[in-house]
Design a protein around this ligand. Structure first.
Ligand code: GFB
Length: 318
């Protein structure tokens, strides 16, 4: 990838987009193009088309998406389906029309069937039904991946899809109603420690298994694919091992310094029992994740502490 290429990072304020901007800046890329939602609403087809017409973009990292944890996904399925489909169709179509030379589309491991053989290989896509709690989001992400494949076939574009496992890291969403498990547990453990609580509530049974990838590793993998001129395909991105939600909660409590007891809440959904990715496709190409979970959680807790005061001010103002 040319250091002077005009690289559009869609979603640069989100956890994935901000990690990409950090990674690309560190690597010396000179022309990173970003737009806030106020300046470019990616669900607006006309606006997106005009942006690509005017900006002469060479490479796109399509990291803009409506995302959320298990509760947000099951509460707002229409929004997850509509917003993600709109962003994908607008950006992918305009990227093709305005001759973008490369694009990376970011999906999610929830695109794979609920009861997949483990670890999950890329070719298990669409072999049986999806997990109901995030079916809408998964369908939208499958559509994005299929658009990349279809555009490559019909128009000769070079659009690649990456499917990361559960992500975490700086700039995560710490709102307890809409967040994923890891930022939620960090916040809950921190507040429980501050209040001197004896217990920490954890949703579900604690038995589901999840694999956690630091977002800086994802940014590294996506950049690696672009720098190695990979022009098509779907690539799982993960660390290659998982743990139970109970084990995760114990690590978070250790990092935060909360010494109380975990209490599981069976009224909340468990979601899919397990979604461990087979990461050998990317591994065989020479890339692997390098950030250990406990180190990554420590760094993320520091990020949370940085933002916690302003989060509380926003909550008071609202
Ligand atoms: O991270 P999470 O919301 O999403 O939940 P998924 C993972 C597991 O952690 C579930 C449990 O079994 C939750 O019940 N959990 C325990 C908690 N305590 C909490 C808590 O306080 N907050 C949350 N959020 N969970 C999402 C999908 O699935 O994964 C998305 O909904 C996306 O579509 C994302 O694919 C990566 O891993 O179940």
């Amino acid at each position: 990838m040319d250091k002077n290429a005009r690289i559009f990072v869609a979603g640069h304020r989100g956890m994935v987009g901000s990690a990409l901007v950090r990674r690309l800046t560190e690597a010396g890329y000179q022309n990173i193009v970003t737009r806030t939602k106020a300046h470019l609403d990616l669900t607006d087809q006309g606006g997106v088309n005009l942006f690509f017409e005017e900006e002469n973009i060479d490479v796109v990292f399509l990291a803009a998406a409506r995302v959320g944890g298990i509760l947000a996904n099951s509460t707002f399925p229409a929004s997850f389906l509509y917003e993600n489909l709109a962003i994908e169709t607008n950006v992918i179509q305009a990227a093709c029309k305005w001759n973008v030379s490369k694009l990376v589309f970011f999906g999610s491991s929830c695109i794979y069937p609920k009861n997949c053989p483990q670890p999950i290989r890329e070719e298990y896509l669409l072999t049986s039904p999806l997990e109901p709690t995030n079916e809408a989001y998964a369908i939208a992400k499958i559509a994005g991946l299929k658009m990349c494949e279809a555009y490559n076939k019909q128009y000769g574009t070079r659009f690649v899809s990456v499917m990361p496992t559960n992500l975490y890291g700086p700039n995560d969403n710490y709102d307890l109603k809409s967040s994923h498990v890891l930022p939620a547990l960090i916040r809950k453990a921190h507040e429980a420690k501050q209040r001197g609580d004896a217990t920490l509530p954890v949703w579900g049974s604690g038995t589901p298994r999840r694999e956690f990838l630091h977002v800086d590793d994802l940014a590294g993998a996506a950049t690696y694919l672009m720098e190695n001129d990979v022009s098509e395909g779907v690539f799982n991105v993960g660390v290659g091992h998982d743990l139970t939600i109970r084990d995760l909660a114990e690590i978070v409590c250790r990092v935060v310094g909360f010494e109380g007891k975990l209490v599981f809440d069976p009224s909340k959904p468990d979601g899919t029992p397990r979604k461990l990715l087979d990461v050998s496709k990317l591994g065989d190409m020479g890339w692997k994740a390098s950030i250990e979970l406990e180190d990554g959680i420590r760094a993320t807790y520091a990020d949370f502490l940085d933002k916690y005061a302003s989060m509380q001010q926003t909550a008071v103002a609202a």
